[in-house]
Design a protein around this ligand. Structure first.
Ligand SMILES: Cc1ncc(COP(=O)(O)O)c(C=O)c1O
Length: 390
């Protein structure tokens, strides 16, 4: 009897179908090129190339000499996050409402599992983060995709949510958004929250790209409504994607239920990372040079792509440019696979974010070095004129 079979019969997979994360194949090819000593410029995954700050690394090193607490949730870190919300957004959040999670990804699963029943519909925007769709389906929920348009700055209009019939049970919205970088400013956020209240829609605010705004009107949903779920992460601003730590802020009164769920599903988040995260919150200045560089990279990438005849939407925040490469391709997956193989530039195909409309779109992450951005543009400039889909 081999793997995947029971008594010789094929093992039926009865879970909800999850679409592959196509960018993972680009990552695999980048890794293979690196292993073969070939040059790579990785702009496919949303991860800062710098790695954690010095204060975080020092804190982890110090912690290694102390006792190992085993499974652990840092109270000082939760208290420090509560202070962060007070100072940054002017909101008072009881420490018990802040739960530490193994990345925002685990936090989202915790919300999906506790706030919704199988078959509930959760509205998300398209183009949007691909794992939303798959994670919702895996939890037996139904993603209800609301299309947002470049011409409208990829904004979700509250009227659109009000017109959904019947009302979905939830709305999951990232601001700044992935892949578009769109920031839902204060009036728009308040309008969405008011529709959610009127129609009993649970609002899940994904704020993992906060701090990465380019003169944007960045607000936490908690400033306007205490009865929301907020998802945060140390992966982006704090540059620790592989360290797997995020947090959840949950409505008053349900924290212990969500916590019970998280403990059952994941136990506790990684211990060393919790030390690193506390140190990072105490040293925000360490991250500012990266943010200034991202702003320069953003400008350089936008102008470089436009010079190549690519229409690139200006992101308000995050560190992505979502660009329309229709002058060159109608098959963004094939285009990105060939780009990595032929130029070493890793990019994410638009079909990951928008399976129907993303065939001529590509997402490029600019949380990399300035020289790398210039080198990527040079390589694309040399390669694009000869590129054909067939
Ligand atoms: C919008 C959005 N939400 C959540 C996540 C997951 O982040 P984490 O690394 O904290 O699990 C990502 C990752 O790129 C993302 O883009």
């Amino acid at each position: 009897m081999g793997p995947g079979s029971v008594a010789g019969r094929p093992l039926a997979l009865r879970g909800a179908p999850v679409t592959p994360f196509l960018t993972a194949e680009i990552a695999r090819r980048c890794a293979a090129r690196r292993a073969a000593g070939l040059p790579v410029i990785g702009m496919h995954f949303g991860q800062p190339s710098d790695g954690p700050g010095a204060a975080s690394l020092a804190a982890v090193r110090r912690s290694l000499d102390g006792p190992d607490p085993g499974y652990w949730e840092s109270r000082p870190l939760r208290a420090r996050l509560a202070r962060h919300y007070r100072e940054r957004y002017g909101v008072t959040i009881a420490e018990e409402r802040i739960l530490l999670t193994a990345g925002a990804s685990a936090g989202l699963v915790g919300v999906f599992a506790t706030a919704f029943a199988p078959g509930d519909r959760v509205a998300i925007v398209c183009p949007g983060y691909p794992a939303y769709r798959s994670a919702l389906r895996a939890m037996h929920l139904i993603p209800e995709e609301l299309r947002v348009e470049a011409a409208a700055g990829y904004h979700l209009d509250a009227g659109r949510l009000a017109a959904c019939n019947p009302a979905p049970q939830g709305l999951l919205l990232a601001s700044p958004a992935n892949p578009t970088g769109t920031v839902t400013g204060s009036p728009a956020l308040q309008a969405l929250l008011s529709v959610c209240r009127e129609r009993s829609i649970r609002f899940i605010s994904d704020e993992i790209y906060h701090g990465l705004g380019y003169a944007a009107d960045e607000h936490s949903a908690l400033e306007y409504d205490d009865d929301v779920f907020v998802v945060g992460s140390f992966s982006k601003f704090f540059r620790m994607p592989g360290w797997r730590l995020g947090w959840l802020i949950v409505p008053q009164g349900i924290a212990s239920t969500v916590h019970d769920c998280l403990i059952n599903l994941f136990l506790t988040p990684p211990t060393p990372t919790q030390h690193a995260a506390l140190a990072a919150l105490e040293a925000p200045g360490e991250f500012l040079p990266s943010i200034e560089r991202y702003a320069r990279n953003r400008a350089r990438l936008l102008s470089g792509l436009r010079a190549l005849g690519v229409t690139a939407h200006e992101p308000d925040g995050a560190f992505y440019v979502y660009a329309d490469f229709s002058r060159y391709t109608r098959d963004s997956l094939r285009f990105c696979l060939r780009a990595v193989d032929e130029t070493g530039v890793g990019m994410a195909p638009g079909v990951d974010f928008d399976p129907q409309g993303g065939a001529s779109f590509v997402r490029l992450c600019f949380a990399i070095g300035e020289e790398a951005v210039n080198a990527a543009l040079d390589r694309l400039a040399g390669w694009l004129p000869g590129y054909r889909d067939d």
